[in-house]
Design a protein around this ligand. Structure first.
Ligand SMILES: C[S@@+](CC[C@H](N)C(=O)[O-])C[C@H]1O[C@@H](n2cnc3c(N)ncnc32)[C@H](O)[C@@H]1O
Length: 222
């Protein structure tokens, strides 16, 4: 299975050490084991989970840049945050989801795999600031299959630093959602969005990453 993961990543020009690949497989196997008891994902096939969860999440490695901290909104069973936290131990990942059983699974993984760079919170994103969990200023906020683009922006805005980036991982619907935003991006001081379309290596499923960069002059203007 390590070769299956390595070759799939290689098709997307991503290379990880054997040690990291091994840990990624360990994580996905534990997720599939828990999935038999609690519903974390509809995907039950190991190869499909490797492609659609691990490889897809690890696409974001290309977008992390030199950030020190990232917020993962609506992380569910830990995607994309946990595969990225395994691959990038120097970056701090903050993972939040509103469903307790999913958060319990993530906490189990943190303990089992010793992921010191992962913080996990059980909360709705919109309550994060009120509850005073972790940081409230993130230079990078990501989400995968989370909410509409409009809601993603609404949730991210109060938590995003000036000049910060929002990375929204979407299916093929991403571009049409972007078109429907109208003047919202301008209103909230986002620069022209960047859209990267890619194809998963085995299923040829289409995905997109939408990058929204804030050029808000002063956060208090929001
Ligand atoms: C379709 S799942 C995607 C999970 C994960 N990001 C993935 O790619 O597998 C959406 C997740 O967002 C969470 N969610 C939805 N609205 C939320 C909110 N307002 N605050 C926190 N989590 C939320 C749900 O509990 C669910 O786990």
């Amino acid at each position: 299975m390590i070769n299956y993961l390595a070759e799939g990543l290689s098709a997307l020009k991503i290379k990880l050490t054997d040690h990291v690949l091994q840990k990624e497989i360990e994580f996905i196997d534990e997720m599939l084991r828990w999935n038999k008891r609690i519903n974390l994902t509809s995907i039950t096939d190991r190869k499909e989970a490797i492609e659609k969860h691990l490889i897809d999440s690890l696409m974001l490695l290309k977008y992390l840049g030199d950030t020190e901290i990232v917020l993962d909104m609506g992380s569910g069973g830990g995607f994309p945050g946990i595969p990225l936290a395994i691959a990038e131990p120097k970056i701090k990942f903050v993972s939040i989801d509103s469903v307790g059983k999913k958060i319990n699974f993530q906490k189990h993984i943190k303990r089992k795999m010793g992921l010191a760079n992962l913080s996990i919170y059980h909360s709705r994103v919109e309550e994060l600031t009120q509850q005073g969990f972790g940081e409230t200023n993130y230079p990078l906020i990501m989400s995968r299959a989370f909410s509409s683009l409009q809601m993603t922006i609404d949730y991210a805005l109060p938590l995003l630093t000036t000049g910060g980036r929002v990375l929204a991982m979407k299916g093929p619907e991403g571009e049409s959602e972007l078109e429907n935003l109208g003047s919202l991006l301008k209103k909230h001081h986002f620069m022209e969005p960047e859209v990267s379309n890619y194809t998963l290596p085995y299923s040829q499923a289409e995905r997109s990453i939408i990058v929204l960069t804030s050029n808000q002059p002063d956060k208090s203007d929001k």
